[in-house]
Design a protein around this ligand. Structure first.
Ligand code: ZN
Length: 131
């Protein structure tokens, strides 16, 4: 297991990427997904995921920024067999946003745990997709 990525809600991924470029981390890949522009910056074996809403209300990111401003949105942990993990978490009484994985950026399988169950942190589990 590892921290796969940290998701950061920003108003403009190109602008936000400049901060990391100044440190020496380049944005290597961008894609559009579910009303968002997503940019990836690889830092060792983990990455930073910059998330921008294409229009202010086209995604949860737009609503997040409206309420809280820019900042850390979620932390993603890479895990094997997330279907099984989700089942176990549900049995233990954790509140899940996704009871079954959906497809995320890079074709990965992703599922979110509700911040009410995770000390206020939106936690994502992700796993390589079937392709
Ligand atoms: Zn993510």
């Amino acid at each position: 297991m590892k921290i796969d990525h940290v998701g950061i809600a920003v108003k403009d991924i190109q602008e936000a990427a400049k901060v990391y470029e100044a440190i020496g981390v380049r944005m290597e890949h961008t894609e559009e997904l579910q009303g968002m522009k997503v940019g990836f910056l690889q830092v060792g074996e983990s990455s930073i995921e910059l998330l921008q809403s294409i229009t202010p209300d086209s995604s949860p990111i737009g609503k997040f920024i409206e309420k809280k401003g820019e900042g850390i949105h979620h932390i993603a942990i890479y895990a094997e067999n997330i279907e099984q993990k989700l089942k176990e978490l549900e049995e233990k009484g954790f509140r899940l946003i996704d009871k079954t994985p959906r497809s995320g950026a890079h074709g990965k399988k992703v599922a979110f745990l509700h911040p009410k169950s995770t000390n206020g942190v939106l936690l994502e589990l992700c796993e390589k997709g079937d392709e």
